[in-house]
Design a protein around this ligand. Structure first.
Ligand SMILES: Cc1ncc(COP(=O)(O)O)c(C=O)c1O
Length: 322
């Protein structure tokens, strides 16, 4: 895949927000990861493709919603490799008829798209594999969201990029806040930081799942990674907060909308209502309650989501609720 050689997601100081919040706030710009739309799923797919290549595959199959960032990066990466790509998607017929955001890019990239109901995903994945094999291809199946040990390892690696920039800036985060869904981004960062011996407190803000299930899922990835590296007992609890889920996945409550507006209008930092807006609302709350103390060194890991914002009818669906 066309990853820029030696790519490093920029670590930037958020001057205005830092002053406003009374903390030293910086952002890791994984939203700029060099694949259209960027984000944590782009970082994961690069690593997943390395594995697929080693296994001699030449086609990709995965699933997700119409606005899945993971399905979009799978489609784009497959084109770059010259591979076939089959996507099993679910979503509203109205949205299927008017492609926007990630779904538009998947179609534009020429992925084979099948729209199914969520209950059919498993059987359609199996059928797609069979069809591709019958045609002589060697498909690589990726779980929804790129959920895998390999995906998590991409974020253990990403900590290296962070560390190099922190050394340059003579800065180290005491807190790291990120949007957490399937949990592999969250777990990878925790393990990467542990390997550095940094005591950064990592807080994952749920984009969909409630606790205890949400935390358990991240914990599973965390344990899988620890056993991969032969590490002993987990050294910390996974901190997974579900207060900003609102009415669920792709639904944003007033706190989230306010957080999106604040970041855009105070800093020109663009967040989205599905993922990063929730995480940033969580960050604002933790600072507001004093759990993150004044002058703390705080890192916001920006996982992407611009296409989700652009597909969201932000003003029609959200702003009027404020
Ligand atoms: C923009 C964005 N941020 C965060 C997440 C959550 O990442 P993970 O599934 O690794 O927890 C996702 C997942 O879809 C995402 O697309």
């Amino acid at each position: 895949v066309n990853r820029l050689p030696n790519w490093v997601s920029p670590l930037q100081k958020l001057e205005h927000l830092s002053e406003y919040l009374g903390v030293d706030l910086r952002v890791m710009r994984d939203d700029l990861f060099p694949m259209t739309g960027g984000g944590n799923k782009a970082r994961k797919i690069v690593k997943i493709l390395e594995l697929a290549q080693r296994e001699g595959c030449n086609a990709l199959i995965t699933n997700g919603g119409l606005q899945s960032n993971h399905a979009r990066v799978t489609a784009l990466a497959a084109v770059q490799m010259g591979w076939r790509c089959h996507l099993i998607l679910h979503g509203d017929p109205e949205d299927v008829a008017q492609p926007k955001g990630n779904f538009l890019l998947m179609l534009l990239a020429g992925a084979e798209v099948e729209i199914v109901s969520p209950s059919e995903i498993g059987s359609r994945m199996t059928a797609a594999r069979q069809t591709l094999e019958d045609e002589g291809f060697r498909p690589f199946e990726i779980l929804g969201g790129g959920h895998s040990l390999t995906g998590a390892l991409a974020f253990v690696d990403a900590v290296q990029e962070l560390q190099n920039q922190c050394l340059r800036d003579e800065w180290q985060p005491q807190w790291l806040i990120l949007a957490s869904g399937t949990g592999t981004t969250h777990a990878g960062l925790v393990v990467g930081l542990e390997q550095l011996g940094w005591s950064t407190r990592v807080v994952g803000i749920s984009v969909a799942r409630k606790n205890p299930r949400g935390r358990d899922v991240v914990m599973q990835s965390y344990e899988e990674l620890r056993s991969h590296f032969g590490l002993s007992q987990p050294s910390q609890e996974i901190d997974f907060r579900d207060e900003w889920v609102g009415e669920g996945y792709e639904k944003a409550g007033p706190d989230v909308l306010k957080a999106i507006r604040l970041a855009a209008q105070m800093q020109g930092l663009i967040l989205d209502p599905t993922y990063t807006g929730k995480a940033f609302a969580g960050l604002l709350h933790l600072v507001g309650t004093g759990e993150i103390g004044k002058n703390s060194q705080v890192l916001f890991w920006h996982t992407g989501g611009l296409l989700n914002l652009l597909a969201s009818h932000y003003f029609r669906d959200f702003e009027q609720t404020l």
